[in-house]
Design a protein around this ligand. Structure first.
Ligand code: CO
Length: 135
């Protein structure tokens, strides 16, 4: 089961500038900045109640974020839904015909296991499924 929108991912050019911008919009500072080396991104997170905003900056031109910005410019990149059972949700959604992006699930930012549904099957929205890693 998917439980809630965990975060909205936004592709941005420059993390320092975007941090300043979103601090102004949201009235709070980011609580975390984290590099995800496997994805060639650096991220920062804001939290309002249970909803987070994830800002993503590419660290090199091979990053999916760099390619996204090249094609579409800055903007909303993905919507992430939380689940308590990522394996079960992947199984449910693949049995419904959705395609999980290659190489996932794997560890993502903010202590999560993550997987993405291919946007060609989701009306153009990159859907992330994420599950808190319990230590
Ligand atoms: Co995300």
């Amino acid at each position: 089961m998917l439980t809630n929108i965990e975060h909205i991912g936004i592709a941005i050019h420059n993390l320092d500038e975007a941090n300043a911008l979103y601090s102004k919009i949201l009235g709070i500072s980011p609580y975390k900045q984290e590099a995800v080396e496997s994805e060639h991104v650096i991220t920062s997170f804001f939290k309002i109640n249970e909803t987070k905003i994830e800002l993503l900056q590419a660290t090199d031109s091979t990053s999916a974020i760099a390619k996204f910005i090249e094609k579409k410019g800055e903007g909303v990149h993905h919507i992430a839904f939380a689940t308590d059972d990522l394996t079960a949700e992947i199984k449910r959604l693949t049995s419904e015909g959705f395609e999980v992006l290659k190489g996932f699930p794997k560890q993502g930012a903010d202590n999560k296991m993550v997987a993405f549904l291919h946007p060609k099957g989701t009306a153009g929205v990159l859907v992330e499924l994420c599950m808190e890693i319990k230590s």
